[in-house]
Design a protein around this ligand. Structure first.
Ligand code: APR
Length: 171
């Protein structure tokens, strides 16, 4: 598996699937979630509503992932995952790692070979970037997925630098 870091906007990526840092409601929000729904159009929300009416009546659990169409985006699918809110008093790293593992599992089941991820939980959910980068890269390395390219799309030079450092530390 090739691991690639880019600075940019995930909604512009030409990959099979992009991952959304969603919330359990699957009904949209700010940050990446807002951008994906805005640029992807209403078809994505329609599928999210259908998922809430069927498999996920109580919402998508933290650490889980599910796919919908990508609507008008260049990607074919959006894989929605729900990151944990960062906590200083409780270690929720396993839930953040699970987001990456489960998203790749969904990608495998779709037959997606290229997948782009944002830095899940590092915005509104306040996870420190360097720590999130370390957890994300380790989870992906150990996921045992058939995906051939994982692209991290970092939204700022600082986020890019943290991921570059974490990738270097991993060797
Ligand atoms: N492309 C790539 N990365 C982006 C983009 C974009 N278009 N927009 C924001 N980001 C970055 C942020 O800078 C941050 O580093 O994505 C990372 C994740 O931030 P959030 O989108 O705030 O996601 P998260 O911290 O997981 O919080 C999830 O936010 O939008 C709501 O509905 C969502 O309630 C949920 C919560």
């Amino acid at each position: 598996m090739k691991l690639v870091l880019v600075e940019g906007d995930i909604t512009e990526q030409r990959v099979d699937a992009i991952v959304n840092a969603a919330n359990s409601s699957l009904m949209g929000g700010g940050g990446v979630d807002g951008a994906i729904h805005r640029r992807g159009g209403p078809e994505i929300l329609e599928e999210c509503r259908a998922l809430r009416a069927s498999r996920y009546g109580r919402g998508l659990p933290v650490g889980a992932a599910v796919a919908t169409t990508a609507g008008r985006l260049p990607a074919r699918w959006v894989i929605h995952t729900v990151g944990p809110v960062y906590s200083r008093s409780e270690d929720r790293s396993h839930l953040l790692a699970s987001c990456y593992r489960e998203s790749l599992h969904v990608a495998d089941s779709l037959g997606a070979s290229t997948v782009a991820f944002p830095a899940v939980s590092t915005g509104i959910y306040r996870w420190p970037m360097a720590d999130a980068a370390r957890i994300a890269l380790a989870a992906i390395r150990h996921a045992g997925s058939s995906v051939t390219e994982v692209r991290f799309v970092l939204f700022s030079p600082a986020a890019y630098a943290d991921f570059e450092q974490a990738l270097g530390d991993m060797g």
